[in-house]
Design a protein around this ligand. Structure first.
Ligand code: GDP
Ligand code: MG
Length: 441
């Protein structure tokens, strides 16, 4: 998703006004980007219309250029669709607070039980885990292991009692927690590979038995379009009050995150980002939006580009280029420095107007090469830089010695410079600025 969006924003010029055509073009690209990221169609539609609405209403900010304005609009819409503000856990007035976990098998419930309990413990709570997944023999052991890692007590049926009753275990656990002064109870439940009626009924029975303050629906962020049907089945089955996105570390595209809130109407409260107990945090819609946009990087890039290529300078350069031979090695150096100030060249490609045409050439440039080029130009006298034609053989060997390169390298640079000058003159000619003298003939 991020890659595609970056392309969209790079396409918007960094100067001028934001037009309706810009918005429409951006909306089209974003629509494709969202669909490619497995975002559900109704969510995509809501997103696009929200975005258009926002761009109509937005007072056109003078401080932001079109690319920045669009980024802001998209960002705001992303935050909105991700739920706006973070919703905190609701605690019961009288302890213990009961949190029940629901979701498919492998969604990450048991792992989450460990993570959440460790996190709560860090906040001064005294949580207890409850093993109400008695479906698989090692489910209880798995919970005991994460409980041990988190340093919290685990309530589980005695081994050797045969297959226990998950609903009874859940019910008993509340009394046990009260007696042992635990203020939060986290009930781990069983899942199936797909949604089925038995599993849903068991979850409903557990819910009735423990009357949870929160039912957290845990969903694997990597399941793509299935996220929607699964979320809907749980919403209509056991019901839930909040969502936990797990395996967000694997969901580079952010599709599930975008769909789930809109489809279920329930907030995403936590995010799980790895197998370790600490790979876990409260879900922040703004941060997720920034992540999807890759905005941190992008905004700085745009700003840097603007600072460096201020309009006057660009015009001055364009004139020089158009007038053929006035483009000097000093200008060449200055341009090179301007580009280098913006960071690694490859990041910038998409941002330069007309970059498409010279993309291959730029991609071929190596940063070390630039260092040497710079050194060579610095080794020239001002007169040589202004009038590169005067750089004859003896001057070349002097420059080579002074800048610690070979004569061949100096030769190459001079040749390349003349080629570049020729190419630029052609390009500006093609772009309609006209070569001097052409109009007169
Ligand atoms: P459950 O069946 O819902 O209880 O799911 P588990 O908690 O047993 O998790 C299933 C698998 O996913 C385990 O191998 C976990 O280690 C792994 N897992 C859980 N959460 C995450 C996560 O956030 N990131 C990654 N990479 N793996 C996770
Ligand atoms: Mg489990």
């Amino acid at each position: 998703l991020s890659d595609r969006l970056e392309g969209v924003f790079a396409g918007l010029r960094s100067k001028g006004r934001l037009t309706d055509a810009d918005i429409d073009a951006t909306a089209r690209e974003i629509r494709i980007a969202l669909l490619e990221a497995d975002v559900a169609l109704p969510v995509v539609k809501a997103f696009i219309s929200g975005m258009k609405e926002r761009s109509k209403g937005a007072a056109v900010s003078q401080a932001l250029n079109p690319a920045q304005q669009v980024i802001k609009i998209v960002n705001d819409e992303l935050v909105d669709i991700l739920g706006g503000e973070t919703r905190r856990l609701r605690f019961a007035k009288t302890a213990p607070t009961v949190i029940m976990l629901a979701g498919l098998q492998g969604a990450g419930k048991t792992t989450l039980a460990g993570k959440l309990s460790k996190w709560l413990k860090g906040q001064g709570h005294s949580p207890m885990l409850v093993a109400s997944d008695l479906q698989r023999p090692n489910a209880v052991t798995q919970l005991q292991v994460v409980g041990q890692q988190a340093g919290v007590e685990v309530y589980a049926p005695e081994p050797g009692n045969g297959v226990g009753d998950p609903v009874a275990v859940a019910r008993e656990s509340i009394d046990v927690a009260r007696r042992k002064m635990h203020d939060v109870v986290i009930v781990d439940t069983a899942g199936r590979l797909g949604v089925d009626a038995d599993m849903m009924q068991q979850a409903i029975d557990i819910r009735e038995a423990v009357q949870p303050d929160e039912v957290l629906f845990v969903i694997d962020a990597m399941i793509g379009q299935d996220a929607i049907t699964t979320a809907e089945a749980f919403r209509d089955g056991v019901g839930f009050t909040g969502v936990v996105l797990s395996k967000l570390d694997g969901d580079a595209r952010g599709g599930a995150a975008l769909s789930v809130r809109h489809v279920t109407g329930q907030p995403i409260m936590f995010a799980s980002t790895g197998e370790k107990l600490d790979d876990f945090d409260v879900f922040h819609p703004e941060r997720m939006a920034s992540r999807i946009l890759g905005m941190g990087d992008m905004l700085t890039l745009i700003e840097q580009a603007q600072q460096t290529f201020d309009e006057e300078e660009a015009e001055r350069m364009a004139e020089k280029v158009a007038s053929g031979n006035k483009f000097t090695l000093d200008d060449f150096l200055e341009q090179m420095m301007a580009v280098r100030r913006m960071g690694p060249l490859t990041n910038l490609l998409g941002m330069l107007p007309g970059a498409g045409q010279i993309k291959d050439q730029i991609a071929g440039i190596d940063e070390k090469d630039l260092d040497r080029t710079q050194a060579i130009i610095r080794g020239m006298t001002p007169a040589e830089r202004q009038d590169p034609k005067m750089i004859n053989g003896s001057r070349r060997s002097r420059i080579a010695r002074g800048s610690g390169v070979t004569v061949t390298e100096v030769n190459n640079l001079v040749t390349r410079f003349f080629e570049a000058r020729k190419m630029m003159a052609q390009m500006t000619g093609n772009m309609g600025f006209g070569k001097p003298g052409r109009g007169a003939s």
